[in-house]
Design a protein around this ligand. Structure first.
Ligand SMILES: [Zn+2]
Length: 282
């Protein structure tokens, strides 16, 4: 069942991608560099929403379109490069866009994963079963890795990644720092070990929220709206509501894997429990 979900998600994203998928954007984050990398464009229709006939969907998605993307993010510190998520791998443009941004896969010593759906871990292992990041340690939340290692199916991505990366596959617990700049925080609901990452340098901060949203228009208008592939839709909604509230209150920049590329901006609270998303960076 889980495998079917994974394949379904990959199919939906792949089948809706467009030909031109190039793109990266570099930002300054304190003394760090924060880079948005596009893997591909997407346009996930309202059928992914748990309640596609809700009035709010008609109001904010009147044309039925949800142009968005699959993004990964890189962090450059003074002594290392860190990648957060790896896109789809085959069929995606993340590696080409990384190269355009000046990075080869061997430049990364750490790759951090928000969760183990195909559009986030697809870039870890090549089509012929080799590790794509030869010098990197891979970090995944312990709860997430264990969940997928125990999932049924003979083409199990978690077991493949474990066998390919061996001792370079590491786990972390929530609230732990993976590097001095990057802290792992629980964002459970989309998957059992879904994680977001707070990246700080001095007073500057950005929160990489992973798959907290898949339709920024509808989910800012109604943060309780989950999607069909949230493993626990109620928990996903509670997480989204809390993260939105905190990010808006604290004016924290957020970066999302399915917020339209480059996927960064600010949330602000509007009337009636709604939010506005401002796709800017300052
Ligand atoms: Zn995703």
């Amino acid at each position: 069942m889980k495998k079917i979900f994974c394949l379904l998600i990959l199919f939906v994203f792949s089948s809706l991608s467009f030909a031109d998928v190039s793109g990266f954007r570099k930002y300054k984050l304190g003394t760090l560099e924060f880079i948005a990398i596009k893997d591909m464009d997407t346009n996930l229709g309202k059928s992914i929403l748990l309640n596609p006939e809700a009035p709010v969907v008609r109001e904010v998605m009147f044309d039925g379109q949800n142009p968005s993307s699959i993004n990964a993010f890189a962090v450059k510190t003074k002594d290392k490069n860190i990648l957060i998520d790896t896109g789809n791998g085959e069929g995606g443009a993340m590696f080409a866009n990384l190269l355009s941004a000046g990075f080869s896969p061997d430049d990364f010593s750490i790759v951090i994963i928000t969760h183990m759906h195909g559009d986030h871990i697809g870039g870890l292992v090549s089509a012929d079963g080799e590790r794509n990041f030869k010098r990197a340690q891979i970090y995944i939340a312990a709860t997430e890795l264990n969940y997928w290692l125990n999932a049924v199916g003979d083409r199990n991505s978690a077991r493949l990644i474990k066998s390919v990366y061996g001792g370079d596959l590491k786990t972390f617990d929530y609230d732990a720092n993976i590097t001095p700049e990057i802290k792992a925080l629980s964002a459970v609901g989309h998957t059992p070990g879904h994680t977001m990452f707070e990246i700080s340098s001095g007073q500057d901060k950005i929160l990489v929220v992973g798959d907290l949203t898949h339709n920024i228009k509808v989910q800012t208008a109604d943060p309780s709206m989950s999607v069909t592939f949230d493993s626990d839709p109620k928990q996903a909604a509670n997480t989204r509501i809390k993260v939105f509230r905190d990010a808006a209150k604290n004016k924290t920049k957020i970066a999302g894997m399915h917020i339209p590329f480059p996927g960064v901006g600010y949330l602000s609270e509007a009337a009636g429990g709604k939010y506005n998303f401002d796709p800017s960076y300052r």
